[in-house]
Design a protein around this ligand. Structure first.
Ligand code: ZN
Length: 159
């Protein structure tokens, strides 16, 4: 059963360095659901570490897997919409949830050599895009640790 958490909590937890605002929320709200989130190991799953838990995002603009409807990302986390995927348009996100990361490999992309790893839907194993593990060109470094989602592989969840 998915545990519903406010997506900003997940987002800032995934970020590793919460904003001062988020940190004050974390410090001041040790609610039961938040305790459960921390103790369940779900944070690890949310970051792509597996474990069989799924995270349900609660923002107004959620992208989900077009194959199985698992929540994947929050529209607020889009860095750029001007990316090219394997099959057309793709978006660059700062965070995703409910995904697993495959083997790293070097790929020559239009913007130079990158080390990337495919990302899969944790629920249905569909390839959704890839993660930029490393960029070699200085101008492309901003992509490191970020995620490409193919537009054709995700859908808007009721918005
Ligand atoms: Zn899926």
């Amino acid at each position: 059963m998915p545990l519903v958490v406010n997506c900003s909590y997940v987002k800032h937890w995934l970020l590793g360095s919460p904003s001062p605002h988020a940190r004050s929320i974390l410090l001041s709200s040790r609610s039961a659901i938040w305790e459960e989130f921390w103790s369940s190991g779900m944070g690890e799953a949310a970051a792509g570490g597996g474990g069989g838990f799924s995270v349900e995002l609660t923002g107004p603009r959620i992208y989900s897997c077009s194959n199985c409807r698992s929540h994947i990302a929050d529209h607020d986390d889009i860095i750029s919409k001007a990316f090219q995927g394997r099959n057309g348009r793709a978006y660059l996100f700062s965070h995703v949830v409910n995904t697993s990361v495959g083997q790293k490999e070097d790929r020559h992309l239009m913007t130079g050599l990158h080390t990337v790893a495919d990302i899969f839907c944790q629920q249905c194993q569909e390839i959704l895009g890839w993660k930029y593990e490393r960029a070699y060109e200085e101008s492309q470094k901003y992509k490191e640790g970020k995620f490409i989602l193919e537009k054709a592989k995700v859908m808007k969840e009721d918005w």
